[in-house]
Write a protein that binds this ligand. Structure first.
Ligand SMILES: [Mn+2]
Length: 317
């Protein structure tokens, strides 16, 4: 598939869904694609998204999302965007099973190509950038541009990570030409944090430890930690990057308790350790420098012991 024209002929009803625990790229790609399809095709578009962090609400303001649908609805086309794992698509799985065609648009190297059509570009910075490549640049409107720019900026750490290419910048440059307040957009959606998040970050930094290999740093927060500062797991994003910023280390591991005894684990690497492989070994996925997985029924110490062993195997390979 090279363009949306190829798949949209005759389509009357389309659905779009992102992944659970949506981030900027997920929301930007869902809302950007919806705006593009509505503007350029005669199609009814339903968007399914999990609850968003407040900082991304501006992308859905005034838009209808999560329409009440009968689970027997048969969509002509179902777009799963930014979803490396079919089980993590934030929509009723029956809607996906009943859809005439599933289009999987993503940039995660671990994506198993579960769609009828798969556009998975692991070298792309973001799902938003993959979408841009499938769109006719002349038919992009301001609303789409704001959504795609937000997603590209978020998944690249504001155009800083190694996934940024000259093409990423020229595409982002075109999106900027729509004249929105990109400084304010990045400040409010990326940098500004609630006081409770800042306090949770403080706890995580205070508890951080260097791993025995001297390359890694890790930390964790429990439900009790979150409760103590009136925070929640919704505010755990960004902490693993702060850990990675520690001078002299190569990778960071951050655990946060999602529900009693269940820990979500995030990895970031500066390059020596392939954290995609580590996450995949524990049933997760992601990218070479950013990945994640989930552990059930283990303590933070047990989890980090298993992870350390897995990483040691990789370093010595
Ligand atoms: Mn993404």
């Amino acid at each position: 598939m090279r363009s949306f024209d190829e798949v949209m002929a005759g389509v009357q009803r389309a659905a779009i869904a992102g992944h659970v625990r949506p981030d900027g790229d997920c929301v930007g790609s869902c809302m950007g694609l919806a705006a593009y399809l509505r503007a350029n095709y005669q199609v009814k578009v339903d968007v399914f998204l999990d609850p968003l962090p407040d900082s991304l609400e501006f992308l859905v303001e005034g838009k209808e999302i999560n329409p009440k649908t009968d689970e027997t609805v048969r969509y002509d086309i179902f777009f799963a965007v930014d979803c490396a794992d079919k089980k993590r698509i934030a929509a009723d799985s029956r809607l996906i099973e009943h859809a005439a065609k599933v289009i999987n648009i993503d940039h995660h190297i671990s994506n198993p190509l579960y769609g009828d059509i798969n556009v998975v570009e692991a070298e792309s910075s973001s799902a938003c950038e993959v979408l841009y490549g499938l769109m006719d640049a002349e038919k992009i409107n301001r609303e789409t541009a704001i959504c795609l720019y937000t997603g590209m900026a978020h998944d690249t750490g504001i155009f800083q990570y190694s996934c940024v290419s000259p093409l990423t910048m020229s595409r982002a440059g075109h999106l900027l030409s729509f004249g929105f307040d990109f400084s304010q957009l990045i400040m409010s959606s990326f940098y500004e944090k609630s006081l409770s998040h800042q306090k949770l970050l403080g706890i995580a930094l205070m508890k951080s430890r260097i791993l025995p290999d001297g390359l890694g740093i890790w930390s964790y927060v429990t439900l009790a930690d979150m409760e103590a500062v009136a925070s929640s797991s919704m505010e755990a994003d960004g902490i693993v990057e702060e850990l990675r910023n520690t001078k002299g280390i190569d990778y960071s591991v951050f655990l946060y308790e999602l529900e009693p005894g269940t820990y979500k684990v995030s990895f970031r690497s500066k390059g020596k350790v392939n954290v995609s492989q580590v996450a995949v070994a524990f049933g997760g996925g992601g990218h070479v420098r950013a990945s994640g997985c989930t552990f059930v029924g283990k303590t933070p110490d047990e989890i980090i012991a298993q992870i350390t062993e897995q990483i040691a195997g990789q370093i010595h390979d």
